[in-house]
Ligand binder design. Structure first.
Ligand code: SF4
Length: 410
């Protein structure tokens, strides 16, 4: 039984009216879960009446785990000088591209730590080399805090960094590093220094003005209030009203294992309620992804009834949330089964959410549950010698470069 004011609010939302922050908070904190789900499903059906659910075959490659940001919720990073620190060589990255193409993939989600020994030139050389060898391969790369890190390292303004990266081959920017776009929360999570809420949004604004399409994300379940989650969503809605540059929104719950912050993970119900609220607030976003990597296949499937119209990635490599305890894995066959069992038609897409075709495995032979090497394989060097060709910023990096100066200087 819901109250009369709530029933009237539900009716208005069902009629397509835009939510105010106060109304969103009332719905998020008081509406029964099935009501939120029904409303979000109605929005999904209005936006995607063809009942298509898409997914992409790509690979989440983390080019380095060395990071000076040291966010308290992160189990992936290693400090500068750590014996576990790594940087991938161009050769390893090319090998990963070839493996990805072989299983039907056409892009990387390429992200990494804020490594002070990787200058802008390294990214430009990498992107150019990738585009030269694999012209059709797409680079969905470098989240806003990485762009800010490169801007600070190089002393160049963010729009100039984006311009240079696009000239070298950057195709799209992933929405990572948003966490919660409220500075009170960012300070508590030690991620205010890497990017304030305004700085994150400004990178996306510049990227959209430069003609790039990007995604937006939200990691919830740490120290924020329900109102702050909604503030995050309203800030994204506002920017999308201005630029229209976001292709999709993805939310997931904080994964606490092996992190400094620790704590407990939010429940699957909370995930579904949060996803549904995102579908209702973000009325100017076309696509919402399911986060089955953190929630598991079955909650991922349920999310298709709570506003999601995309199953994200057939992730043949993922290192970051895995380091924090999320270990769900689905190959293309299983993703497609989950989509079809929920009554939808499964289609492969590209980074712009354009449909590419039917499931790859129905047209080609692909081994089930292909597991490819993640991050660095056993016995591989932590830092490739080619990195010594680039100027270093850290004491450790400078010492390493000094050892080989002369032989490797460009
Ligand atoms: S979340 Fe990203 S920026 Fe923060 S410590 Fe981990 S790798 Fe570094």
């Amino acid at each position: 039984m819901i109250s009369m004011p709530m029933a009237r609010l539900v009716e208005r939302v069902a009629g397509g009216e835009r939510l105010s922050p106060e109304e969103a908070l009332a719905l998020y904190t008081e509406a029964p879960t099935h009501v939120l789900g029904r409303l979000a499903d109605q929005v999904r059906a209005r936006k995607h009446p063809d009942r298509l659910v898409t997914y992409i075959i790509d690979r989440n490659v983390n080019y380095t785990n060395v990071c000076v940001a040291r966010c308290s919720f992160c189990a992936f990073y290693r400090p500068v000088g750590s014996s576990d620190g790594y940087v991938l060589s161009f050769e390893e990255i090319f090998r990963k591209i070839e493996e990805t193409i072989a299983v039907g993939g056409g892009q990387f989600l390429l992200q990494g730590g804020h490594n002070p020994d990787i200058p802008l030139q390294w990214y430009e050389d990498l992107f150019r080399a990738v585009k030269q060898q694999y012209p059709a391969f797409r680079l969905h790369a470098l989240s806003p805090p990485e762009v800010i890190h490169i801007s600070r390292l190089s002393g160049l303004p963010v729009p100039e960094v984006i311009r240079r990266l696009v000239a070298a081959g950057l195709d799209s920017i992933p929405g990572g590093g948003a966490e919660i776009l409220v500075d009170r929360v960012r300070k508590l999570l030690h991620c205010y220094g890497k990017a304030t809420a305004d700085e994150w949004l400004n990178v996306m604004r510049h990227a959209h003005h430069a003609g790039l399409r990007t995604t937006a994300t939200m990691m919830y379940g740490t120290v924020e209030t329900p109102g702050e989650r909604l503030e995050h969503l309203f800030r994204l809605r506002e920017l999308q009203d201005q630029t229209g540059g976001f292709t999709a929104f993805i939310t997931w719950s904080y994964q606490p294992d092996h992190t400094e912050l620790a704590g407990v993970e939010a429940t699957g119900i909370e995930y579904l309620r949060t996803l549904a609220m995102a579908r209702l607030v973000l009325d100017n976003f076309d696509n919402l992804q399911s986060s089955w990597v953190t929630q598991g296949g079955k909650v991922g499937q349920l999310s298709l009834g709570f506003g999601a119209n995309d199953m994200g990635s057939v992730m043949i490599e993922e290192n970051v949330v895995r380091a924090a305890g999320a270990s769900y894995c689905m190959d293309e066959v299983e993703i497609v089964r989950n989509i079809e069992d929920a009554g939808f038609t499964a289609k492969r897409r590209n980074m712009h959410y354009e449909v590419l075709g039917d499931p790859f495995f129905r047209e080609h032979h692909v081994a089930r549950m292909t597991t490819l090497a993640t991050a660095k394989a056993e016995g591989e060097a932590g830092v490739p010698t080619e990195l010594l060709n680039y100027p270093a910023r850290s004491r450790e990096g400078k010492a390493a470069r000094g050892d080989t100066a002369g032989q490797n200087a460009k």
